[in-house]
Every structure is written in structure tokens, then in C-alpha cells.
Design a protein around this ligand. Structure first.
Ligand SMILES: Nc1ncnc2c1ncn2[C@@H]1O[C@H](COP(=O)(O)OP(=O)(O)O)[C@@H](O)[C@H]1O
Ligand SMILES: [Mg+2]
Length: 374
């Protein structure tokens, strides 16, 4: 069937675009050719290790910084030279940055004052925004009278109360403990969907990125490695860097023996491991026998079997020895020895016979294994 493009149907509008951004401090190249499109109403995260250029990218969008090369567009309008206060943004930073001598109400009122909004409208907006983050009734408290989580809720309120075109959050949960981080993260996600404000969220925490985002941008050394949905980022990483950054993994080194039936057979020690031909990471997708490769498998994709005669055994199936069992409450971490190396397995149920030193069989599907050329 031929698909005819209807010129009256617009593609999804991008709320933010960065085109060809480069930024350098001395000899340190901080942004090395960033092209990014943020869709209307989405929650996009910038994810990557410390120093990879996430805050720099966010500050470019906010207007706190200008790139050496490249342009920024907001709602289709070039804003490269437009100062931050004219960009209509709400921003939240890692530290709460509330005014300590002002009450919650006064902190929220501060941004509105600059916008010359009538008192009744201001009160309505402040009440409504506080209600959104379940902080109603705390208008008269000072920041010191609030918990860390409450203060960060006020910071989020202050960003939202001006009804910005864009919400920018730079590691807003990093100063909170794990439980609160999870709670407030879920709250930001709910709030963002409720208001529908286009949001860019910076984090170095892969779980936070996967759980909150519509799409994730994985950055490394001033470059974008991949932009995709959380499931694609986790299950179909485009590069070895993305694979390793996003989750735990076990690796094997080997040599390609053959390519048959859309599977690559790799010799690892004296065994053969099979990998789906679609699971090649990196730029080099060529496969010839004799090529050196590295194989990866995630701990939760490995199954353990007590017997070699297990029914429904996957086509990658090997002998191993249990070296350690760690109980984690909802799951188990099991370390096994194979080829003199230790490998990790994550499982939700164990067999009572699995004990330290026990010989077992481990297996996984070729579709779960990833390959990269060396
Ligand atoms: N004002 C500055 N002067 C010099 N170097 C800077 C400046 N701001 C950031 N950098 C450097 O740029 C790189 C990227 O920083 P940043 O964007 O803050 O990283 P991230 O937010 O991903 O941790 C780092 O190497 C950092 O040291
Ligand atoms: Mg940063």
C-alpha cells in the first residue's frame, strides 16, 4: 500500500530544538555536536554520567549559557540570543534554592510579582499549585520548617506557578533519600501528565530515567548516544556504552564461528554461544568467522537449572557452579563460577538444592544476548 503524505497533517510539534550545539571550556569539549528535539507535552530525560554535559545542555535551553556554535528553538522560535527571563520557563535545581526568609506563599508569589498578576488570580494559582503537590495549608511556613521533600515540592511549585511553557529540572531528587526520591519522582511524573507541560529532566540515575520518562536521551562525553523510549533503551541499546550504563551485565569474549538462521554462533572457551543477528551493538555490524567479539547477557535473563536434562532448555546452556547466594527480600542475587570467572544472576525463586558449591546449569535465549565487535 502506498502511503500518501497529507500536507495538512502536521508532524508532532517540537517544543524545543537544539541544532548543532558545540561548547568548549579551554581545551575541554563539553558539547560535541548536540542535536535534540523535544516533543510537545513529553517528559524527556537527559541521562548520563557526571560531567557528560547534561546541565550544560539544560542551561543552553534555559538561556543561562550560549553555545559556541548552534541554535536553540522554543516553540519554533529561535531563542539563541533571548535572555532566560524572556523564555517563559520554570526551573528546579538539585538544591532547593528557596528564599529562607520568605514563607512558602512569599516564595511562590515572588515569580508572580514580576509578571504583574492580580492578587485574586495569584491566590488562586498559588492555592491550586500547592494542592497539586499536596501541600495545601502550608502557605505560612518558612523553608526551615519544612522537610527536604516538602522544600523540593515548594521549589517545583515555584517553577509551575508561573504556568511556564517548559519545565526544566536539574537533578531535583539527588538530595533526597531513596524512599523520598522514589515518591517525589512518581509525583513529578503524575503532575507532569496532569498539567501536560513539556518537561526536560536531568539525572545520572538510570532507574529514575527509565521509570519517569516518555523518552530518554543517553549522553556520553558531550555527545548523544541514543534517544528512545525506556524499553528500547534497556532492551535494544545502540551502543556498548548505553548497554553498560543502563543496567547490570555479564560479559564473555569470543570468536565468531558462523552465521546461520539469523543467529551468530560464537566460540567462547570450548562452548558455543548463540546471539540473535539483530542484537549487534555499535557501528560495525559486519560478521565474519574469525572476528573477535564481546558478548553480554543481563543477570535477570539467565535461568538456572538443577539438571542437564531440564525440559525447555534454552539454546545457550552451560555447566556452572554456585559460588554465593545473596537474599535481597524480593529477589536473589546468585553468583556462579564458569570458565574460572564469576557471573551474576538475578532470580525471584530458588530451588532448595541450590547451595554454595552446587553444580548447576545456566541458560538463556539468543534473543537476550547482545554482541559488539572488538
Ligand atoms: N563554567 C565552566 N567552566 C569550565 N568548565 C565547565 C563549566 N561548566 C561545566 N564545565 C565542565 O563541562 C563538563 C560538563 O559539565 P556539566 O554539563 O555540568 O555535566 P553534567 O551535568 O552532565 O554532570 C564538565 O567537564 C565540567 O567540568
Ligand atoms: Mg549536572
Amino acid at each position: 500500500m502506498q502511503v500518501i503524505k497529507d500536507p495538512t497533517v502536521q508532524a508532532i510539534k517540537n517544543d524545543v530544538e537544539i541544532k548543532g550545539a558545540f561548547k568548549q571550556y579551554g581545551s575541554n569539549i563539553v558539547l560535541n555536536g548536540i542535536d535534540l528535539e523535544v516533543k510537545q507535552g513529553e517528559l524527556l530525560t537527559l541521562l548520563g554520567p557526571s560531567g557528560c554535559g547534561k546541565s550544560t545542555t539544560l542551561n543552553l535551553i534555559a538561556g543561562f549559557l550560549e553555545a559556541d556554535e548552534g541554535d536553540v528553538y522554543i516553540k519554533g522560535k529561535k531563542v539563541t540570543k533571548v535572555p532566560p527571563y524572556k523564555r517563559d520557563l520554570g526551573m528546579v535545581f538539585q538544591s532547593y534554592s528557596l528564599f529562607p526568609h520568605m514563607t512558602v506563599y512569599e516564595n511562590l508569589d515572588f515569580g508572580l510579582k514580576l509578571r504583574k498578576i492580580e492578587k485574586s488570580e495569584k491566590d488562586r494559582r498559588i492555592a491550586r499549585t500547592l494542592e497539586l503537590v499536596r501541600m495545601s495549608g502550608l502557605e505560612d511556613r518558612y523553608p526551615r520548617e519544612l522537610s527536604g521533600g516538602q522544600r523540593q515540592r515548594v521549589a517545583i511549585c515555584r517553577a509551575l506557578v508561573v504556568e511556564p511553557k517548559l519545565l526544566l529540572l536539574d537533578e531535583p531528587l539527588s538530595n533526597l533519600d531513596a524512599k523520598l526520591r522514589h515518591e517525589l519522582g512518581a509525583e513529578i511524573k503524575r503532575l507532569q501528565k496532569e498539567i501536560g507541560v513539556t518537561t526536560i529532566f536531568v539525572t545520572h540515575d538510570q532507574q529514575e530515567a527509565l521509570s519517569l520518562s516518555d523518552r530518554v536521551v543517553v549522553m556520553n562525553q558531550g555527545k548523544i548516544e541514543q534517544v528512545s523510549t525506556p524499553t528500547t533503551i534497556y532492551n535494544h541499546p545502540r551502543s556498548e556504552f548505553v548497554y553498560q550504563f543502563i543496567g547490570k551485565s555479564n560479559s564473555f569474549e569470543g570468536t565468531i564461528m558462523a552465521v546461520e538462521n539469523r543467529e551468530i554462533a560464537v566460540k567462547v572457551n570450548n562452548d558455543i554461544m548463540r546471539v540473535n543477528i539483530d542484537n549487534i551493538m555499535g557501528d560495525d555490524h559486519s560478521c565474519h568467522s574469525g572476528d573477535a567479539v564481546k558478548l553480554y547477557i543481563r543477570p535477570e535473563k539467565i535461568q538456572i537449572f538443577s539438571k542437564a536434562t531440564a525440559s525447555q532448555k534454552p539454546s545457550n546452556f552451560y555447566k556452572a557452579n554456585i559460588s554465593q547466594l545473596n537474599y535481597l527480600g524480593t529477589s536473589w542475587d546468585i553468583d556462579v563460577m564458569m570458565y574460572g570467572e564469576s557471573y551474576q544472576i538475578l532470580t525471584y525463586a530458588i530451588d532448595s538444592s541450590w547451595q554454595q558449591g552446587k553444580e548447576v546449569y545456566i541458560g538463556w535465549n539468543p534473543s537476550d544476548m547482545m554482541l559488539v565487535k572488538k
